[in-house]
Design a protein around this ligand. Structure first.
Ligand code: SF4
Length: 428
């Protein structure tokens, strides 16, 4: 057990599982620990303590966490304190507390609670926890969490249990944070657990579009990117902002579909149906060209028939996706879907996943071919600025002519690498 009298660790290793919201939360933990004089290290072998920010989105995530905690806790003299925070601790604190090597469990992602669990307390007023993140540890693109939690109730999802109800940060706090991040990062990605719910709990209410418009006005010279947005929150105001921002609001959206079958969407308790999804995404695609369009699909949800799968394939065929994340359904204990009948064999899930990945793979290649010879607004990332990232979320090697211009938002010409791939050249 760690107490205020415990020797405070000097070097701390932070390990993050899961989504961008979790990565952002870890950055806040790192910032506070460094503010209080700790050093964060890149190797647990060099650390006096380890903080694991956990994920619990699937059963696999839980077992990965347990394997990792056991492994990292077993080092040399075995005295390495391991603090586990994050979503898994919010739903299974006691069982995680019982794992070998775990010295403290912090339900959720509060940086102060994590610091205190390590015996790292403020020594002066200057070491009080800041309300904003000043800089991401590394990388060109920084995450900015604008919202947390979710008010929806999808039958397969445990996140709403782990993260609680939707809570929005104030626009002023978000703008202040973005202004600080903009000093170090030419691109800021807005993230959260369900950012489409942004502002619904605010008094007075604020819309996501209004927040983005304010950020574009008050934080110039950076590109903003919206992480993931549900189709029924993809309103014309967001689309207009994206169309009229001259690339400062990246022409890229991740719009989870999960299934193209209304029967399956009903079983998932998703808040939309296939035609609504199609209509909103078609509206987006007709206004935003080129467009980076990603989605999530769950294959093999209990009861999914061949016909349901065909409907998903047909809907995907009809829309201009440029990438897809396919998840073979797996039970998550503590969710309602866990009790649903009509399980599908893994073989069928594998076949259906393969079909959808192949389909979107062809679309992604066609999208890249269509970008050849065109101009793109890019930022550079990688330790040597060797990767160019376009607004529509293509990544390609950056030629010296582009790297010489620095990592801020630039115009590049997309050229062939002579090998079927793309490269980005400087265009001034
Ligand atoms: S929208 Fe559904 S899947 Fe997403 S966090 Fe909320 S409950 Fe979970």
């Amino acid at each position: 057990m760690i107490t205020p009298h415990t020797r405070r660790p000097r070097r701390i290793y932070l390990h993050t599982f899961g989504c961008r919201a979790n990565q952002y939360d870890t950055e806040r933990m790192r910032q506070l620990l460094e503010l209080r004089g700790c050093e964060t290290v890149d190797d647990p072998g060099l650390a006096d303590a380890v903080v694991v920010n956990s994920c619990t989105v699937t059963g696999n995530a839980d077992s990965e966490l347990r394997r990792y905690v056991r492994r990292v806790g077993r080092r040399g003299d075995g005295a390495l304190p391991v603090v586990v925070a994050g979503c898994a601790t919010a739903v299974a604190a006691e069982s995680i507390r019982g794992l070998d090597g775990v010295s403290a469990v912090v339900p959720g992602q509060d940086p102060e609670a994590v610091a205190n669990s390590l015996g790292v307390f403020p020594r002066t007023a200057a070491e009080m926890a800041p309300a904003t993140l000043d800089r991401a540890e590394r990388g060109t693109r920084a995450w900015l969490k604008v919202q947390d939690g979710c008010d929806l109730n999808c039958s397969y999802c445990i996140i709403r249990v782990a993260r609680g109800r939707s809570r929005s940060r104030s626009p002023d706090e978000i703008v202040a944070e973005a202004q600080r991040l903009a000093e170090h990062h030419p691109e800021i990605s807005l993230t959260g657990i369900h950012i489409g719910l942004y502002g619904k709990d605010s008094k007075p209410r604020v819309t996501l579009a209004a927040l983005v418009e304010t950020l574009l006005e008050r934080v110039p010279d950076v590109r903003f990117r919206i992480g993931s947005l549900e189709c029924n929150q993809l309103d014309d105001a967001i689309i207009d902002l994206m169309a009229d921002s001259d690339g400062r609001l990246a022409p890229h959206l991740h719009v989870p579909l999960q299934s193209g079958s209304d029967a399956v969407l009903r079983g998932m308790r998703r808040a939309y149906r296939a035609e609504r999804y199609r209509a909103r995404v078609e509206r987006l695609a007709e206004r935003i060209v080129p467009l980076g369009l990603g989605t999530d699909v769950i294959v093999g949800f209990p009861g999914e028939t061949d016909g349901d799968h065909r409907r998903t394939v047909e809907l995907i065929e009809s829309l201009p996706f440029t990438y897809v994340h396919v998840f073979p359904y797996s039970d998550r204990s503590g969710t309602d879907a866990e009790d649903l009948p009509d399980r599908l064999p893994e073989r069928v899930k594998t076949e259906r996943s393969r079909e959808i990945r192949a389909l979107v793979g062809d679309k992604a290649r066609a999208h890249r071919r269509a970008r050849l010879g065109t101009l793109a607004r890019v930022v550079l990332e990688g330790d040597a600025d060797e990767v160019a990232v376009t607004g529509d979320y293509l990544k390609m090697p950056a030629l010296d002519s582009l790297r010489a211009l620095g990592r801020r938002l630039r115009t590049a010409r997309i050229e062939s690498d002579g090998n079927g791939g793309l490269v980005a050249a400087g265009e001034g």
